[in-house]
Design a protein around this ligand. Structure first.
Ligand code: AMP
Length: 446
């Protein structure tokens, strides 16, 4: 058997890691201003935290957790989602006595045993915020605003936010019953998963992407028409807030999100598949590629870049003090995928080193070790191949890299404290004082 990384888990290289850092930095700048403090929780937690937090009927708990029994006999799980861990940390560290709201943000990996496909991995990275202690609609508006603002700041455009409300413990049970009755009458036409969802939580049927269930969904009663007075007011004010900030949103009465802990406001953000985008692509691409582009665009617009919502009941589920809260999380993998796609058009090559440091003989090799550090301090980009002995090969490499000047150090040069500078363009060589090598390279016109 070949030793390889696990299905759905990837090695990340510098190109990706730099983008991760860039996104984190932009997010941090915005979040610092709004009074958020960073938190990191352990990747491994007691399984119960997620089972009770996310809900037994959730897809995550039913199918997607990486769980095992530790040597000590504890049932543990890799974090599939940050929110329950953050709520645990909030109470464990007495943050509930801090002035409200408590604003926290995080960035790290989550694990879900899902079928890997484009934009879906088993280890993926989320960046998100949680605001604990505010029940006001205005916090929902601010959270959605931050969600949008961070993505906009990192250069994503044509974003659309899908919004819905799923009510609270006042109005949702009644709606669930109405929906359940409607679905039960059409049970035979539902997909196998939805037949099961119907038993566990009928709301989850609204989340189904199967074609046969779409037809049934379209006619289903909508929670928007069954909201209690308080939920209605909350949602109305929240939407007014979004309008005030001119945020681009659509109402999606079927958006329920996959987790049981949500109450009232839920939202997800997508890249909008506008006609204008497609037209622009058509101008840029050959006709035969257009259909592919369209297909790809459609696929991409179907996967959410991030999502979130209000979860006023989560703390209560654990028997902790009632704590209204709202937050979001977005998938860094998906965002990076989008950025890379845009940046490909203007592919940046890595900078060519200013000099190549070549050496011949053991004494020269050793001397180069210290010399490299001097170049670093002077911020001069140097390439080298210290492990090689052949000067010819070293010059070939320098040529391949496109380096203009090669510094050559041999036994004789070390003893005389000199170094050779070779101009790769003209082939001319000059011997200079070793101590003056850096000054020589820095000379204007070189
Ligand atoms: P969720 O709370 O499940 O909606 O997750 C929030 C965001 O995390 C999603 O909108 C995705 O961008 C990202 N995400 C969730 N699951 C995965 C996955 N398996 N692979 C990559 N990204 C994911």
């Amino acid at each position: 058997m070949k030793l390889q990384s696990l299905t759905g888990m990837r090695d990340l290289f510098e190109e990706d890691l730099k983008l991760f850092q860039k996104i984190e930095k932009s997010a941090q700048e915005i979040l610092d201003f709004y009074g958020f403090r960073k938190i990191e929780t352990p990747i491994l937690e007691m399984s119960e935290l997620f089972e009770r937090g996310s809900g037994q009927s959730s897809e995550i708990v039913q199918k997607q957790m990486f769980s095992f029994r530790s040597k000590g006999g504890d049932f543990l799980s890799l974090r599939p989602d940050y929110t329950p861990s953050i709520m645990r940390a909030y109470f464990q560290h007495g943050m509930d006595v801090l002035p409200k709201p408590v604003n926290l943000w995080y960035s790290g990996s989550c694990f879900r045993y899902e079928k890997p496909q484009a934009g879906r991995y088993r280890q993926f990275y989320q960046l998100g915020i949680e605001v604990l202690g505010s029940e006001s609609w205005i916090t929902d508006t601010q959270v959605v605003y931050l969600f949008f603002k961070i993505l906009e700041t990192i250069g994503l455009n044509n974003l659309i936010i899908k919004i819905n409300t799923i009510g609270d413990s006042q109005c949702r049970p009644y709606y669930k019953k109405t929906l359940s009755e409607y679905l039960r009458r059409r049970r035979n036409s539902l997909c196998a998963d939805c037949k099961n969802r119907l038993k566990l939580n009928p709301l989850r049927v609204l989340d189904c992407k199967e074609e046969k269930c779409q037809v049934i969904k379209k006619e289903a009663p909508q929670l928007l028409n069954h909201l209690c007075g308080d939920c209605h007011k909350h949602f109305e004010k929240f939407l007014e807030g979004l309008d005030e900030l001119s945020l681009p949103y659509n109402l999606d009465p079927y958006l329920v999100r996959g987790l049981d802990y949500y109450t009232r406001t839920v939202f997800e953000i997508f890249k909008e598949n506008s006609e204008e985008n497609i037209k622009q692509e058509i101008n840029e691409k050959e006709e035969k590629e257009v259909n592919e582009t369209k297909k790809q665009e459609e696929k991409e617009t179907q996967i959410a870049l991030g999502g979130g919502g209000r979860y006023d009941n989560l703390a209560k589920l654990f028997g902790w003090k009632e704590t209204p809260a709202v937050g979001f999380g977005f998938g860094l993998d998906r965002i990076i995928g989008l950025i890379k796609k845009t940046e490909k058009k203007e592919l940046k090559l890595p900078p060519v080193p200013r000099v190549f440091l070549a050496q011949v003989g053991e004494l020269a090799k050793k001397k180069c070790l210290g010399l490299l550090e001097k170049f670093r301090k002077e911020k001069i980009r140097v390439a080298e191949s210290l492990f090689r002995d052949s000067l010819g090969l070293q010059l070939k490499i320098a040529d391949k890299l496109g380096v203009r000047y090669v510094l050559i150090l041999g036994q004789k040069e070390v003893l005389e404290e000199k170094i050779i500078i070779r101009d790769m363009k003209t082939g001319k060589q000059a011997v200079v004082n070793l101590k003056k090598a850096i000054k020589e390279i820095k000379k204007p016109g070189r």
